[in-house]
Design a protein around this ligand. Structure first.
Ligand SMILES: [Zn+2]
Ligand SMILES: [Zn+2]
Length: 938
């Protein structure tokens, strides 16, 4: 026989599983397979008798293409539900969308005009519905393409009629529990939105503002002297300076607040008369006013001046001195101009002193026409007019500009104003909602555990929740208000239920056309419909009532909410508040958060920085599985750094795992598990070891999935492929796989191990590398017409007995010896003493215990070490053996001059013993002739 013919006697690996992943083209085919199998419904069918695990989807807003944050969030959720399914749970996933609210309203306004102007309110809402539906389709396709398995055919959508009705019912429930009240309060108001905003919709940013000091003249000088008896002389021209960065609030100024306990100084100046200034700030302020000489007349606590009347700086009215604990000496003058219509502290001070709280600024951001000086003026234009007037009147002590942190509309990025308007609030105190929410939160498992503190602080410090908005595209607050008192109808809770029934069939649109007489009877003429709509955060926050409690495949409370860390002030919080207000419990058992996407410099992704990575582009170039692998590989509890380079590293990892899987598949060529499976106790020791290793690894992997440590899963799988398989096991069995007879025990034993490992590994991978796992599944031997996701963790992994001589600890030693031998072979190869390891003879000088262990492997040791000859010796005195890292082991490597077998490449002295096969070693002759079987060890 010639050399070429021996190649045909080898069992060379082969598989149809392609080396090149080509994910962008292949993944859609796998999606088609899942659709054909109706995989999601098949899993629900299969899960009917299983315990439920409910991950409730936080609804993204139905506007625009998904960004990387959306993709990562949905992928993490998908990893959770898939791993829970593999663990034997029924883990449904009903995705959701948030559809009402301003961003859509603004977008639609641009296209069709404002409701009530160019277009009717009904037509406007229809346009909003249509737009939101188109955005849902867009996002749904993108999420599906990522391999996220869920009820995409029947998601929950906050603009569905039954969802809208549920929101109204949730409001009714909250009202019936006494949490709802109508208040006239300063709230954040966006001039661009023309609407009140929730606290969560305000974000702080730097703003340049005027900063002015204004003198409020004391009117009642006689009373002033009566309060300060230590003053001997009679003074005139006394002022209290205030400092403000919002001159436009001065028209609504109703008082000047002092702190009752802070010490104030009365000083005489030449240029500015007599001034009352907080003592702690005196020097700084006189310097600011450019006053050189002054005389300190007396010092007194702020409480001394309560109720003293002052002159408003430009209106013909007097305002009192009031006292407030909120006054500080951090900045300003220690005297605070108080406009109850424009500030929260001011409002409560105003209530306490019974000051007028009327707000002079209309919805459109312009002063009421009746206001002197500023009537009809837009608030942002009023500052200059007011400053000029103050100057004219000689009460402007100082004027400059200041850059400070100021609340802005999160959408428009424009500065907000505080404006008192009638609004609906959920009361945090009166019925104990704050206490109930805190108690509910304490029962939740927060991951990471700092989540509890963050939520606790937010709940402890938050004001009442303003839930009303003055817009068109939202769930109405469908209350009937008395035409004179503006109070809601006494039967409001029952009426809300009636409205909800109408909304259930006709959507929120019915509120405008609903017949008041039919619902209210005789009362109808005295009532009007409220035109406010709900804060969109109320909509999504009530999803536990509209979805969890209603959808038969789900359950209340959810086992898990999983969102970005910004949701502590968003969805996590509004869900908790609505649920606590309705039923005194949290809507979730566990809350898990992930960080934001940042670039490698820790900067957030933004278009202006040019560091945005679009998931769609990623999927088209690298494939969804690479994105999924990167997501899983990141410790998502903190910020998640991502760049093109990081993603290409994920591609490398992907290739390693794919190539390992391909090698395993290729070595299963001709293996039929129904015929060829070898029982664990009959397998070769090395094969038993690798199965035992996989079994222990599987326990760790399942534990990592259960505790949401996906980066550990990814690391363990990758490590297993690279080290235990790639760097050890697969390397060793190649010889056995290729050179022994195809149906020999040696080969079937290794194939059995490979089969078990692949069965286990394809499941470990499936939650993360869903597409690739399914692709591997289809190439595995046996019937694979179903999906890998229809299965639970692989249970046929045998375990080595601890008591066996060839236990895991034994193999750990062997691996150390092998590493030491490899190091030494490499040294000798570099020195030019040997070529490949198969051209070397290796002598191991061992202390007795080690020798005893290695002897257990007999002749197989040379296969494990992949050399042609190994001599296991005692601690003979040899001068040229190298010390190693392994205690009690020295190694000597020498070139081997035996002839090389052309079939197995080992150098053996028995090459040529057969005259029929002069180029082969004896082992190969036996395998070629069919008489042989390699010796099985232990
Ligand atoms: Zn705005
Ligand atoms: Zn050979």
């Amino acid at each position: 026989m010639s050399q070429r013919d021996y190649k045909s006697t080898l069992n060379l690996p082969q598989t149809a599983f392609p080396m090149k992943a080509n994910l962008p083209e292949r993944e859609p085919l796998i999606l088609a397979k899942w659709a054909e199998l109706d995989l999601y419904q098949a899993l629900r069918q299969q899960g009917k008798k299983r315990k439920k695990f409910v991950l409730h989807d936080g609804p993204p807003y139905a506007n625009g293409e998904i960004h990387l944050g959306h993709a990562v969030n949905k992928i993490l959720k998908d990893i959770v539900t898939k791993s829970r399914t593999l663990s034997g749970w029924d883990a449904p996933f009903v995705p959701g969308w948030d559809c009402h609210g301003l961003p859509i309203e603004v977008k639609v306004e641009k296209e069709v005009g404002k409701p009530g102007e160019k277009i009717s309110r009904a037509e406007f809402r229809a346009a909003c519905r249509q737009y939101a539906a188109s955005q849902i389709d867009l996002q749904r396709d993108a999420f599906r393409r990522l391999g996220v398995l869920g009820d995409w055919e029947k998601p929950y959508i906050s603009m569905d009629f039954h969802y809208e009705a549920s929101v109204i019912r949730a409001l009714a429930r909250i009202m019936s529990q006494g949490h709802l009240y109508q208040g006239y309060k300063p709230v954040y108001w966006c001039l661009e939105c023309s609407s009140a905003l929730a606290e969560a919709e305000a974000e702080y940013a730097d703003k340049k503002s005027p900063a002015i000091d204004v003198a409020y003249r004391v009117l009642d000088e006689k009373e002033f002297h009566a309060r300060l008896p230590s003053l001997g002389e009679k003074l005139t021209d006394i002022s209290i300076p205030i400092w403000t960065t919002t001159p436009w609030t001065l028209p609504a100024s109703q008082a000047v607040a002092l702190h009752p306990d802070i010490q104030y100084a009365l000083v005489a100046t030449e240029s500015a008369g007599h001034l009352v200034i907080a003592e702690a700030l005196l020097d700084a302020i006189l310097k600011r006013y450019d006053i050189a000489g002054h005389k300190l007349l007396c010092v007194f606590p702020g409480a001394a001046l309560e109720h003293i009347r002052l002159q408003h700086p430009f209106y013909e009215r007097s305002v009192p001195v009031v006292l407030g604990q909120h006054v500080t000496v951090d900045a300003g003058t220690g005297a605070v101009h108080t406009a109850p219509a424009h500030g929260v502290d001011d409002y409560s001070t105003g209530r306490q002193y019974n000051l007028p709280t009327e707000n002079p600024v209309a919805d459109n951001g312009c002063f009421l026409a009746s206001m002197p000086l500023v009537g009809g003026l837009f608030v942002r234009k009023a500052d200059d007019v007011i400053i000029a007037e103050l100057k004219n009147r000689g009460v402007l002590l100082h004027a400059t500009t200041l850059t400070h942190s100021y609340p802005h509309c999160w959408r428009h990025k424009t500065p907000l104003i505080f404006r008192a308007t009638p609004q609906w609030f959920i009361n945090m105190e009166q019925q104990g909602l704050r206490r109930s929410a805190l108690a509910s939160a304490a029962n939740v498992n927060w991951i990471p555990d700092w989540g509890f503190n963050r939520m606790r602080l937010m709940i402890e410090n938050r004001p009442d929740w303003c839930i009303s908005r003055q817009r068109a595209w939202g769930v109405p607050i469908p209350l009937f208000l008395h035409r004179e008192t503006a109070l809601p109808h006494p039967e409001s809770v029952a009426l809300l239920e009636k409205v909800a029934q109408h909304v259930e069939t006709g959507g929120i649109e019915v509120w405008d056309t609903l017949d008041t007489a039919q619902l209210l009877g005789e009362d109808a003429p005295h009532y009007r419909k409220s035109t406010d709509v709900l804060d969109v955060w109320f909509d999504s926050g009530a999803s536990h009532a509209a979805v969890l409690a209603v959808n038969p495949t789900l359950a209340f409370p959810a086992d898990l909410y999983l969102e970005g860390s910004d949701q502590y002030r968003g969805w996590f919080q509004t869900s908790l508040l609505t649920s606590a207000a309705m039923q005194d419990v949290a809507p979730y058992r566990t809350v898990l958060t992930h960080g934001f996407m940042v670039d490698t410099d820790g900067r957030k992704m933004s278009k202006s920085l040019g560091n945005v990575i679009a998931p769609e582009k990623m999927v088209k170039t690298l494939g969804a599985d690479v994105l999924r692998l990167w997501t899983s590989s990141t410790d998502y509890r903190s910020e998640m750094a991502v760049s093109v380079e990081i993603l290409s590293r994920a591609s490398e990892t992907y290739r390693r795992i794919r190539n390992t899987a391909r090698f395993l598949l290729a070595n299963l060529d001709g293996f039929d598990p129904a015929l060829h499976l070898v029982a664990f106790e009959d397998q070769l020791a090395l094969d038993r070891w690798v199965i035992d290793y996989a079994s222990r690894l599987q326990t760790d992997i399942i534990e990592a999935y259960t505790s949401y440590q996906f980066h550990q899963v990814q690391q363990k799988i990758h490590h297993f492929c690279a080290i235990e398989l790639g760097g050890f096991y697969l390397d060793i069995i190649k010889d056995r796989q290729y050179t022994t007879q195809s149906d020999s025990l040696a080969r079937r034993s290794a194939q059995t191990a490979i089969f078990h490992i692949l069965e286990a590994m394809v499941r470990w991978m499936a939650p993360i590398l869903s597409f690739t796992a399914e692709e591997i599944w289809q190439h595995m031997p046996g019937d694979r017409t179903d999906s890998v996701f229809m299965h639970t963790w692989y249970e046929n992994l045998g375990s080595l007995s601890e008591r066996s001589a060839l236990n895991a600890a034994f193999w750990d030693t062997v691996r150390l010896v092998r590493d030491a031998v490899n190091n030494e072979l490499e040294v000798e190869r570099k020195a030019g003493h040997i070529g490949s390891p198969l051209e070397a003879s290796v002598s191991l000088y061992c202390e007795p215990a080690l020798k005893q262990q290695l002897d257990l492997l007999g002749d197989e040791l040379r296969f494990v070490l992949i050399t042609s000859r190994v001599n296991v010796l005692g601690q003979e005195r040899v001068t040229d053996a190298a010390e190693t890292q392994v205690p009690g082991l020295r190694i000597k490597v020498a070139p081997l001059n035996d002839p090389k077998c052309v079939r197995c490449w080992h150098r053996r002295d028995d090459v040529g013993v057969s005259s029929l096969h002069p180029e082969l070693c004896e082992r190969c002759v036996e395998n070629v002739e069919g008489a042989g079987e390699i010796r099985q060890y232990a």
